[in-house]
Ligand binder design. Sequence first.
Ligand code: GDP
Ligand code: IMO
Ligand code: MG
Length: 427
Amino acid sequence: MPSLSVFGAQWGDEGKGKIIDLLARDADVVVRYQGGSNAGHTVIVGEDKYVLHLIPSGILHPGKVNVVGNGVALDPLTFMDEVDGLRERGIPVEPENLRLSTSAHVILDHHRKLDGLAETWLGGGRIGTTGRGIGPCYADKASRTGLRVSELLEPGRCRERLSAALLEKNALFAGVHEAEGLELEEQVEKYVAVGERLRPFVCDTGAYLRGAHAEGKSLLFEGAQGVMLDIDHGTYPYVTSSSTGANGIPSGAGFPAKHVDRLIGIAKAYCTRVGEGPFPSEEHGEAGERLGRKGHEFGATTGRPRRCGWFDSVAVRYALDLNGADGWIMTKLDVLDSFEKICVGTSYKVEGEESLTYPVGCADLNAVEVQYEELPGWQEDITAIRKYEELPAATRAYVEWVEERVGAPIVMLSVGPERDQVIPRGL
Ligand code: GDP
Ligand code: IMO
Ligand code: MG
């Protein structure tokens, strides 16, 4: 298999975990390069359900190397909990199959605390974050005040950096948020201890990945979140704090962009969003409620109900185009099985003007009016179908119609949460 980038082309939760787990069979190395434990990637294997937050979704396949790159905001406590949880379930997690970048920034208690306080501070303007400390950690990275994994491995350095960080953060907690500060020695002890547990996994993952590529190994880059949540290209400020598409790979993995051979987006056959922020094709009525119910749309990380709406071809086209996608995978097609009519957003009306282009810089995306076309449903269970030609004619008509609107080939369909519930279409 060539080296592949697989990323979310909507607002997250597109089914990346399931697809990465499937594609990992043909890869040698699976890599996370951005985001942190805000991600919740679900993999279903028979009766077993795994929700992965930091560890790449290739971990369930023996013999694959899983890499957490330098661009990940690493909560070391969650990381070790995840390692322990997988081991308890009989999944081998050892330095042979899991490597962690020495340069990844670390999410500390003060980041999580600040995430919550900042949301309260914002009140009605809150982002609706996952509360995992992602924004504050990346803010410190950019401010050059963060701690990296390497620093947790050196107690003296850890104390020095933590002391400087807490001096500032405790002043902020007390002065602005009227909240209690954190105690330095307690924090040093806690993070040096977890650093010792991280140590066996830590290495220069960029060098490892470049070497693996030079040896002819195939790499699979697992995006977290989705392009519409990208810090630069998403619905700012209602975004996460990293580069969520293939654009995040070179810096977040320490791997040259030119060695990523194929880029594949993932989008559901409808659309969801968790947290606050504009969602042009959101359905507030019965259709939205029904999509949520049929699709079991509850956050894999926070359990929050996801907002639901129809497929938005303007947003998906933008996300794929932005990343130069070679094609995309449509997931959760089976969720539409019982619908009599299916709507698809085809264009936006922005200040009275119809547009096929996503309006970057639009001051009020909530005011955008989505124009829809309605297609007939198929009202048949498609979850057991494995060949494209065997799908009902109305399903194929829907797929091909959406594909044409989006303007990029659909290379696979997913028709259920299980590993084998896919219909190949050229990937
Ligand atoms: P991710 O964050 O992109 O990995 O997606 P999540 O795991 O947060 O959410 C996707 C949910 O949909 C999970 O519960 C998956 O098990 C489930 N899922 C994935 N693909 C399909 C599919 O094709 N059909 C159905 N019905 N469920 C799916
Ligand atoms: P996966 O990888 C869906 C959303 C949050 C919030 C915004 C910022 O499972 O697709 P953050 O905690 O990142 O500062 O929150 O981003 N968000 C996600 N939504 N899926 C995710 O990950 C998400 N990760 C963050 O709900 O709106
Ligand atoms: Mg998710």
